[in-house]
Design a protein around this ligand. Structure first.
Ligand code: SAH
Length: 202
């Protein structure tokens, strides 16, 4: 996966490549899909949601430019795969999922993979996670429009990364919070499952 998909498409950060080599992606999908876990595509994880394509996980992680000391907030835990990759690269990951069943599954997946520096919560990520703010970075793994609370819960110099846009057509945007301005950069066009309000306890 790393040599065939990530390196040829320009993922260069060695720490990101190493983390992607280390985390067993097949353990984060249903056993019936395990044989397809390393394919160049997103896969269903239940509840109408998907685990992102390997390249997209690597690309988003690389754009965060993590050094190792950061506290990162992730919106959209899903199956916990991106969470696991992040946890190899920063001090602590705080991850929020709005679907209770997926939140529970991610908890089991991350426990099995022994990722200890991760805190999970079932809740509405649009609210951020005030209790643990401010964060060095916030990564959103569902597509939509940014909540104002995210920039508020970021440290000065911190970055917010999200697939932004109306449903079905998103673009990765990275906003860096400086003292008086927000610097904005646009990257890959992409398609994510939608960022939705509220919590789903089904
Ligand atoms: N990073 C995940 C991707 C999962 S897809 C992985 O590697 O598996 C995106 C997830 O975002 C879905 O599980 C969806 O339920 C969740 N989501 C959407 N809107 C949300 C919100 N407001 N708060 C928290 N999670 C949300």
């Amino acid at each position: 996966m790393v040599n065939a998909q990530l390196v040829p498409r320009g993922i260069r950060d060695k720490r990101v490549l190493d983390a992607m080599r280390f985390v067993p992606r097949h353990q984060f999908v249903d056993s019936a899909l395990a044989a397809r876990a390393y394919q160049d595509c997103a896969l269903p994880i239940g509840c109408g949601q998907t685990i992102s394509q390997p390249y997209m996980v690597a690309r988003m992680t690389e754009l965060l430019e993590l050094q190792g000391h950061e506290r990162v907030l992730e919106i959209g835990t899903g199956c916990g795969y991106q969470t696991a990759v992040l946890s190899r690269l920063c001090r602590r990951v705080y991850s929020i999922e709005r679907i209770e069943a997926l939140h529970q599954r991610a908890r089991a997946n991350l426990r099995r993979a022994r990722h200890a520096n991760v805190m999970l919560k079932c809740g509405d990520g649009l609210q951020g996670w005030e209790e643990y703010a401010p964060f060095d970075a916030i990564i959103v793994t569902a597509g939509g429009f940014a909540s104002d609370l995210w920039l508020q819960q970021l440290k000065a110099g911190g970055v917010l990364l999200l697939p932004e846009g109306a449903e079905g057509s998103h673009r990765l945007v990275r906003r860096r919070k400086h003292a008086h301005i927000i610097a904005e950069e646009y990257f890959d066009a992409c398609t994510f499952v939608p960022l939705l309000k509220g919590v789903n306890y089904r």
